[in-house]
Design a protein around this ligand. Structure first.
Ligand SMILES: Nc1ncnc2c1ncn2[C@@H]1O[C@H](COP(=O)(O)OP(=O)(O)OP(=O)(O)O)[C@@H](O)[C@H]1O
Ligand SMILES: [Mg+2]
Length: 234
């Protein structure tokens, strides 16, 4: 259970999140809204990358707001970035190994976890390829595998479908659908692709100008007139 209570984030005069309150029980939840609505800012509030002017975020009874960013990661919070974070001089496997630094695993356990995550997203064949030579699809998949490798409890995916072709989106869809059954992690999925959201998210939240304007069953939310006007119609 994710509890977001009265979360406010301001950047100077811009209120990026305005008293957002939301309780999420579903395993896979969508987060949509127009550009600048505050989606990435909410992901950043979860990971502790922005200062909250107020409010609190708790997951499974743990108040993330009381933890430093690295403690949130150790707790089991994983996220992908809208702009993928790939190091040119690091191999794909080393990107994943770096996520396990603080986990206290043996070498064999690390190797096994990396193998499993790469296999799960379907890029085991490029495990030794360097960051600099990855294509956009391989970057996205590496980014997702990084989220999976460290026994995640909550995964925040910020537009993982950005820049992917239709065929690649199909694969991404299957991967995202498989995460909860395989890893048991809850997933918050930010994306502009309504078909992807409809397909994988039981419930969906909608932000507009930092305010939560709708939340509930995904199909009902996507049919909501307020949502259509704010988002889909634009
Ligand atoms: N570091 C920052 N400094 C100043 N303003 C910011 C910062 N980050 C975000 N903002 C502003 O906060 C608002 C919300 O931005 P955010 O990136 O969360 O939107 P978003 O919903 O993720 O949009 P997109 O769909 O384009 O990714 C916008 O007005 C944005 O300009
Ligand atoms: Mg964003």
């Amino acid at each position: 259970m994710i509890e977001i209570a009265d979360v406010t984030v301001k950047f100077g005069g811009v209120v990026a999140l305005d008293n957002v309150t939301l309780e999420i029980a579903d395993d896979v939840v969508g987060l949509i809204g127009p550009n600048g609505a505050g989606k990435t800012t909410l992901v950043n509030a979860f990971s502790g990358f922005v200062r909250q002017a107020g409010g609190r975020i708790s997951v499974h009874g743990t108040s993330l707001s009381d933890l430093a960013p690295h403690e949130r990661a150790r707790w089991g919070l994983a996220r992908s970035f809208q702009k993928v974070q790939i190091v040119p001089d690091l191999s794909v496997a080393d990107h994943l190994l770096a996520m396990l630094d603080s986990k206290g695993l043996s070498r064999a356990q690390c190797k096994e976890a990396v193998h499993h995550a790469l296999d799960f997203v379907g890029i085991q064949n490029i495990s030794s390829k360097m960051g600099r030579s990855l294509n956009p699809y391989q970057r996205r998949m590496t980014e997702i595998a990084k989220c999976l490798v460290g026994a995640p409890r909550l995964i925040l995916l910020d537009e993982p479908g950005g820049g992917l072709s239709q065929a690649e989106m199909q694969h991404l869809r299957r991967v995202i659908r498989g995460i909860h059954p395989e890893y048991g992690a809850q997933i918050l999925l930010v994306d502009h692709d309504v078909d992807l959201i409809r397909d994988v998210c039981a419930s969906t939240a909608v932000l507009d100008f930092g305010k939560l304007i709708a939340f509930g069953n995904t199909n009902a939310v996507l049919e909501d007139e307020v949502v259509k006007t704010a988002y889909l119609g634009r």
